[in-house]
Ligand binder design. Structure first.
Ligand SMILES: Cc1cc2nc3c(=O)[nH]c(=O)nc-3n(C[C@H](O)[C@H](O)[C@H](O)COP(=O)(O)O)c2cc1C
Length: 209
């Protein structure tokens, strides 16, 4: 089936079947999709906490407007942005590029200058806002990949990020919550996924110049 057909079938499920779990292979495929998502300069300035522990998810649900998807899905993906993008972070990225591409680090001087220049030109607040945007791109790729493998993914921003940070101990890890997604399988009586998808017409959505 094509991606478009799978996107038509997917839905931001409200009621998951808690007894249906995704396999370790599916979890890995979802992680691969997130890993392969494009990011600005390729920096991937976020991490993803995959929460399956029931006790932790119960606490997160209380911080997420009691949304049942948080506890009843198979896993909860918490996208969290790095709170410090300093020079060391930029240099470590260049080290990785040199290593993966087996090139001399000196040949990456131009890229390094661009990365470090970009990082130093922004305030910490701007960098976190920038990282949140990157996390949302990865969220979109996760949702698409889930649709491709027949797994339900419910993206959510209805939660208190400060409480999520506290419950997951993210501050100590230099992270702050961006957005979350519950993944698993819809319950047979999930009303929302049976509804007709509502989208603005292409004539309203696109402007051709
Ligand atoms: C960034 C983002 C945040 C969302 N937050 C929530 C949420 O907190 N709770 C919820 O039930 N749905 C949430 N949704 C789901 C949207 O309401 C849903 O994607 C939209 O209505 C379109 O429906 P569909 O995804 O089923 O096609 C969110 C979606 C996105 C992309």
């Amino acid at each position: 089936m094509s991606l478009i057909e799978n996107l038509q079938k997917r839905a931001a499920v409200k009621k998951f079947d808690p007894s249906k779990k995704i396999t370790a292979e599916q979890l890995d495929q979802l992680q691969s999709a997130i890993q392969l998502a494009p990011t600005s300069l390729g920096l991937q300035s976020f991490k993803v906490i995959v929460v399956q522990d029931a006790e932790t998810r119960a606490k997160l649900r209380a911080a997420g407007y009691n949304q049942a998807q948080i506890t009843d899905s198979s896993a909860l993906f918490v996208f969290a942005s790095l709170t410090s993008l300093d020079e060391a972070f930029g240099k470590k990225f260049i080290d990785l590029v040199a290593d993966v591409r087996s090139v001399d680090r000196d040949s990456l001087a131009g890229l390094e200058q661009m990365v470090l220049g970009t990082l130093s030109s922004r305030t910490d607040e701007q960098k976190v806002a920038w990282s949140h945007k990157q996390a949302y791109i990865a969220l979109g790729v996760l949702v698409s990949q889930a649709a491709e493998i027949g797994v339900d993914a419910a993206p959510m921003e209805g939660f208190d990020p400060a409480q999520f940070d506290e419950i997951l101990g993210l501050k100590e890890l230099g992270l702050t919550t961006s957005v979350i997604a519950a993944v698993g399988y819809r319950a047979e009586d999930d009303v929302y996924s049976k509804m007709i998808k509502v989208r603005r017409p292409k004539s309203e959505l696109f402007i051709h110049v």
